[in-house]
Design a protein around this ligand. Structure first.
Ligand SMILES: CC(C)(COP(=O)(O)OP(=O)(O)OC[C@H]1O[C@@H](n2cnc3c(N)ncnc32)[C@H](O)[C@@H]1O)[C@@H](O)C(=O)NCCC(=O)NCCS
Ligand SMILES: Nc1ncnc2c1ncn2[C@@H]1O[C@H](COP(=O)(O)OP(=O)(O)OP(=O)(O)O)[C@@H](O)[C@H]1O
Length: 197
């Protein structure tokens, strides 16, 4: 089995690219979606988060705007949240691998792959990238996003050029969706994983 990690900074196109790998038949693990499930209604991290960050949950679910406001501007608070969240994500990832143990390849969409020192665990690392201008335009056009929140998130992520320097493959999402999909298929071909595996 080949394990592929997919990473990239905010708004670079990870989710879009991960969906293309999934369409091509590669089972895909989504770290952000896992975090949302663990923090969502009845999620097993909700009581732990309420205990450490009082007032950031409501009726058994994390209120993300409240939690985001509590941690994004403060390195230590974010580290405390990560200490709760990351081991749980790791656990879910192991479960996903066991459930899909007969697949020829698995893809792991992990936004903070390098930041958490996780890249060594994968056979190949794919970095999704675009120009800083395009990244900014994409992110600022999202509902609820502000320049300040965007800057705070960027400052918590390894710069794009360092991510690219550490990649086995780079997918440039500055072009059309079809151009992005062609790069996904080229990587699958390069790895001997024809579409539809
Ligand atoms: C801080 C939280 C509450 C913000 O939630 P919100 O819904 O507002 O934003 P969302 O999750 O869509 O994230 C927005 C952007 O911030 C990035 N981001 C999220 N957590 C972090 C972090 N710890 N460090 C750097 N960037 C982060 C995401 O990758 C994304 O690019 C949430 O992201 C969270 O619980 N983060 C801690 C868990 C974590 O580290 N997740 C990353 C994937 S394992
Ligand atoms: N050629 C392209 N390839 C990928 N995405 C594109 C392309 N052109 C435009 N986009 C758009 O750019 C946005 C990228 O957002 P996406 O959610 O995939 O990024 P992300 O890296 O997963 O973000 P986050 O880090 O916040 O989770 C989407 O709205 C997508 O439709």
């Amino acid at each position: 089995m080949i394990t592929l990690a997919l990473t990239g900074s905010i708004g670079m196109g990870k989710s879009t690219v991960a969906a293309m790998f999934a369409e091509a038949g590669i089972p895909t693990f989504d770290a952000d979606a896992t975090v949302r499930d663990l923090q969502g209604p009845g999620g097993r991290l909700v009581p732990l988060i309420e205990a450490r960050f009082p007032g950031t949950t409501c009726e058994g679910a994390v209120v993300r705007e409240a939690l985001s406001a509590a941690v994004l501007g403060d390195r230590d608070e974010l580290a405390a949240l990560e200490a709760i969240v990351h081991p749980a994500v790791h656990h879910e990832r192991t479960r996903f691998i066991i459930e899909n143990s007969d697949a020829p390849a698995l893809l792991f969409d992990i936004p903070l792959l390098f930041e958490t020192g996780g890249d060594a665990a994968f056979d190949k690392v794919i970095v999704v990238s675009a120009s800083p201008q395009l990244q900014r335009e994409r992110v600022l056009s999202r509902p609820g996003m502000t320049k300040r929140k965007f800057e705070q998130i960027l400052s918590r992520q390894l710069p794009d050029e360092e991510k690219r320097a550490r990649a086995d493959f780079i997918i440039d999402t500055s072009g059309s969706i079809e151009q992005t999909r062609a790069q996904v298929h080229a990587i699958l071909a390069c790895l001997g994983l024809a579409a539809g595996v």
